[in-house]
Design a protein around this ligand. Structure first.
Ligand code: FAD
Length: 308
């Protein structure tokens, strides 16, 4: 990775770009373009927040007091592909769709099933993003990350507790990742990618503003008739639908009719509309099934307010 030594650029009262396109601003916003500059950010605020594509993020209406750090800079957007070895290195700020396009056109299989959702490599790894066709952890071999004291760590896949929408890496700042992919026919990979995109478009409101699934799919602790047995992971969207929440609206936020686990917004929506609607949905699912839904969407707010 190239090390740049330019001065760290910090913007005051900066907008935070998220897929919801709502919410407040960052008191301070940094765009570090080297590991050194990333470490400088930690000196300024050890509790700084890392911004990826903002595709799983809701920022509160009054913004955020912590330093917000975007890693979508040149130093963190490098892609290196060793086609013969099937090894792919990507910086944390690389957009996942770009990496998928490049690996597919190089004839390397493994990431094409992650097509159809916005993410940076860092954001996707933190959430272990994925779906019907696999998860980002499936082909990972190493993650490079900085801890909050500025020390670098090289983590093998076996060091990481990947699970459903979980990496256990939340305390770290992911800087890059290496994937091991397999040679495959490019045309076949393109067909699989198209199948994945078609599935997403048909089943999720891809053209509306959202942060993807609002809640994680819960694991049942008790048997529930027509739902599942203890230990089953069941669809949060199905539970929300059966609790009659589809099309529920609060201010500018609505529970999607296409996929009940997506909360979509209009341009005049407030972040508080989304938060209040999520609370209403959680209560209805709790009252109907006795299941407490856990947020999948990450919510940033000022220290004085509730944060998750
Ligand atoms: C239309 C739509 C469809 C979606 N479909 C899916 C889907 O099918 N499957 C799925 O899993 N998700 C889906 N999502 C959600 C989202 O795409 C993923 O969760 C994605 O991984 C978020 O990545 P990001 O870079 O946008 O992270 P952000 O939203 O920017 O951040 C999310 C969290 O990751 C942290 N983070 C980001 N980068 C780093 C880093 N380098 N180091 C440490 N922490 C970091 C942030 O601090 C934050 O806590 C969808 C979203 C949308 C809008």
């Amino acid at each position: 990775m190239t090390i740049h030594t330019e001065n760290l650029h910090i913007e005051q009262n900066a907008p935070i770009s998220t897929w919801y396109r709502i919410g407040g601003r960052a008191d301070r916003f940094a765009t570090p373009n080297s590991q050194n500059q990333l470490a400088q950010c930690l000196d300024l605020d050890p509790d700084m927040k890392i911004l990826g594509e903002g595709a799983n993020l809701l920022v509160g209406d009054t913004g955020i007091n912590h330093l917000v750090v975007s890693m979508q800079t040149d130093a963190f957007k490098t892609i290196e592909i060793d086609q013969a070895a099937g090894l792919v290195y990507a910086g944390a700020g690389v957009p996942l769709p770009r990496l998928i396009t490049q690996t597919v056109s190089t004839g390397l299989a493994g990431l094409q099933g992650l097509a159809g959702f916005p993410a940076t490599i860092g954001g996707a790894l933190i959430m272990n993003a994925g779906g019907k066709f696999g998860a980002i952890s499936d082909h990972i071999i190493e993650v490079r990350a900085m801890d909050r004291a500025g020390r670098m760590h090289d983590l093998k896949k076996s060091d990481i507790a990947f699970d459903y929408r979980h990496s256990g890496l939340d305390h770290l700042i992911i800087c890059s990742a290496t994937f091991e992919l397999e040679s495959a026919d490019t045309q076949q990979l393109k067909a699989q990618l198209a199948e994945c995109m078609a599935y997403k478009t048909a089943s999720q409101p891809m053209n509306e503003k959202s942060a993807g699934c609002a809640f994680k799919n819960p694991t049942l602790t008790d048997s529930i008739e027509n739902i599942g047995q203890p230990g089953d992971r069941v669809s949060a969207g199905m539970l929300i639908d059966r609790a009659n929440c589809k099309a529920m609206t609060l201010g500018g936020a609505t529970v999607s009719n296409l996929h009940a686990n997506f909360i979509t917004t209009t341009s005049n929506a407030k972040a508080n509309d989304v938060i209040a609607l999520m609370n209403q949905v959680r209560t209805k699912v709790q009252d109907t099934f006795g299941i407490t839904l856990e947020n999948e969407v990450v919510i940033w707010s000022r220290d004085t307010e509730q944060e998750s």
